[in-house]
Design a protein around this ligand. Structure first.
Ligand code: GLU
Length: 391
């Protein structure tokens, strides 16, 4: 069977592959502790579920009209962005998508021509480079400084920009790094970007999941010029534990949103209609569950960092956002007889029954990613096994 060159060149999503492998082993009766997917273990808050059920019962089961999202959800998104992100958008600047991932895909398809360079800070979320390559673009990797929580500096960014640069993907809080740029750092990076004709795809899907009093500023809120150059991408998956609902959204300049809308009209026809009703409730309803989940993630961040740094040959930064920790495990490679993060992940899965995602998938082979979107009990069970295995 001949497949397209595009697909032949595409890597499978490592995060989803590890998660599927762990699920398969569990189904076969192996007691695997999975730190794989970035998928909260909490149930979706009941008020959100009830809103979607009501929508179904009321017959909201037809195409989304328009395909870019129903009017009340766009209004709710504009309200959220004004309230929490200091961003004023008009509903005409908003598109609702089937998850944040689709939003990212549409943005890249809408903006990138063959040969265009897209700056992707390392470590990066697995899907960014693949989506760029699918559009014919060239990923340009900007390696963060491990001694500074893997962050990149404005000077490093300036150096990476060329006349071919079309886009910067800026993800904060970071998946997989677990770090968050401080507002003044975002301002400084924004000053570099606004001197160039570069669009920023600001992936802020973890905007509300921050720990230890960590500050946050939306990229588009840094200046009027930055606002004109930025697509603000968020979604309900992480904040409201709604991964399976596929509810993402983007706000930005009208011409880009219109281009994304065209693509959406020729692909998914829009996000699921009753999911959009759930999203309205998520954004406008009671927010107390969000804070409860955030507090729990904060405890886990503290605990998993404490446990990981006690392991021999393992070092990591304490997470300030998202629900990932990204330790450097390369000093354990010689002892384990492995030479990279893929082999490390394989051996800990086979021997210790602990699933982690290899850092190579995120552009850093010295590291592996642990998602702490699982219970404290699972964290301790997994770390007990690793401690036994590594000592
Ligand atoms: N974004 C989550 C992760 O990184 C979900 C899986 C995916 O889409 O990559 O684990």
């Amino acid at each position: 069977m001949k497949l397209s060159d595009r697909v032949e060149a595409l890597a499978e999503s490592a995060t989803l592959a590890v998660t599927a492998k762990a699920a398969q082993l569990k189904a076969e009766g192996v007691d695997v502790v999975s730190f794989g997917a970035g998928e909260p273990d909490f149930d979706t808050p009941d008020n959100i579920k009830q809103a979607a059920i009501r929508a179904i019962n009321e017959g909201q089961t037809k195409y989304s009209k328009p395909a870019t999202g129903i009017a009340p959800v766009k209004a709710a998104i504009c309200e959220k962005l004004a309230r929490e992100n200091e961003l004023k958008y008009d509903p005409s600047q908003v598109i609702v998508t089937s998850g944040g991932k689709m939003a990212c895909y549409l943005a890249i398809q809408a903006l990138i021509n063959p040969g265009d360079e897209v700056i992707i800070p390392v470590p990066y979320w697995v899907s960014y480079p693949e989506m760029v390559k699918l559009a014919g673009g060239v990923p340009v990797f900007l390696e963060g400084d491990e001694n500074d929580s893997f962050k990149f500096s404005p000077a490093m960014l300036e150096k990476a920009i060329t006349p071919k640069t079309r886009m910067l993907i800026f993800n904060s809080p970071s998946n997989p790094g677990g770090f968050t740029y401080h507002p003044e750092e975002v301002d400084a990076i924004s000053k570099v970007v606004t001197n160039h004709d570069v669009v920023v795809l600001a992936d802020e899907i973890y905007d509300r999941l921050r720990y230890g009093g960590q500050g946050f500023k939306s990229f588009a809120a840094t200046s009027a010029k930055a606002y004109e150059q930025t697509l603000t991408l968020i979604g309900a998956s992480k904040t409201y534990s709604m991964t399976g609902w596929r509810a993402g959204y983007v706000a930005g300049p009208v011409p880009i949103i219109k281009a994304m809308a065209k693509l959406q009209s020729q692909s998914t026809s829009g996000a699921c209609t009753f999911v959009q009703h759930g999203l309205i409730e998520a954004l406008t309803g009671d927010q107390s569950e969000v804070e409860k989940m955030r507090v729990e993630f904060e405890k886990r961040a503290e605990h998993i960092h404490h446990r990981l740094t006690a392991l021999p040959g393992v070092s990591c930064n304490k997470p300030t956002g998202a629900f990932y920790v990204f330790p450097n495990v390369s000093r354990t490679y010689p002892k384990l007889g492995v030479s990279n993060s893929v082999e490390f992940s394989q051996v800990v899965l086979e021997k210790a029954h602990v699933a982690v995602v290899p850092g190579a998938a995120f552009g850093m082979d010295a590291c592996v990613r642990f998602s702490f979107a699982c219970s404290m009990e699972q964290i301790d069970k997994g770390l007990d096994r690793l401690a036994e295995f590594l000592i």
